[in-house]
Design a protein around this ligand. Structure first.
Ligand code: GTP
Ligand code: MG
Length: 197
């Protein structure tokens, strides 16, 4: 898919404040620092669009980017960031979980996991929660440039094995690197196909 334009639209503290025009929407979620904002920038080829940082907890609120004046990429805050206060964590959970559960124009949630780690409990719990709520997901293994092809393959297989304990059918998987552009074309094609259905 050709990206003709990508612009920041708004940051919303609650679901009620999110854009109401009902355009197709694709959201990115995962642990803090996993590379959500970087992946959004890589997809649209615009480095500074979504704010990134080597310090976890950079993205706050629900951030809408309008692409080709037709659909949204949504950058969400990360979960599992130890330095966030318990109060803030609860607000995060409530806001993000209600966003995910209520947003009717949400075509797919891309759940990002670090390709270097074995499946983590918090990721699995979250993925299973999405499944139980029948929210369409795809899983993206990020920072693939940091692993050999063989290691990446082994970790991908691990995820499949663990998920099949709960899921009767695996969701789509993508391997990505915001550094090399790996996975970019595949993810954009998937988005394009999803909008046709
Ligand atoms: P929060 O908003 O804090 O939850 O983080 P995030 O998930 O949006 O992560 P972000 O995109 O800000 O990236 C975190 C750090 O990882 C930054 O230092 C990035 O440069 C680095 N990073 C992100 N993606 C990649 C990647 O594909 N490869 C490598 N090598 N580094 C990456
Ligand atoms: Mg971010």
């Amino acid at each position: 898919m050709l990206i003709r334009s990508a612009e920041f639209l708004k940051s919303s503290p609650t679901v009620a404040e999110c854009p109401r025009d009902n355009l197709p929407e694709f959201a990115f979620i995962g642990r803090s620092n996993v590379g959500k904002s970087s992946l959004i920038n890589a997809l649209v080829n615009h480095k500074g669009l979504a704010k990134t940082s080597s310090t976890p907890g950079k993205t706050k609120l629900i951030n809408h980017f309008i692409i080709n004046s037709q659909w949204y990429l949504v950058d969400l805050p990360g979960y599992g960031y130890a330095k966030t206060s318990k109060g803030e964590r609860n607000v995060f959970s409530r806001t993000i979980l209600s966003y995910l559960a209520q947003r009717a124009n949400l075509y797919c949630v891309f759940v990002l996991v670090d390709s270097r780690h074995r499946p983590q409990q918090s990721d699995l719990e979250f993925i299973n929660w999405l499944g139980r709520n029948e929210i369409p997901i795809a899983i993206v293994l990020t920072k693939s440039d940091k692993l050999s092809a063989a290691q990446l393959e082994a970790n991908l297989k691990d995820y499949g094995t663990v998920l099949l304990e709960e899921w009767s059918q695996l969701p789509p998987f993508f391997e990505s690197s915001s550094k090399t552009g790996m996975g970019r074309d595949e993810i954009l094609s998937y988005i394009e196909e999803s909008m046709k259905e």
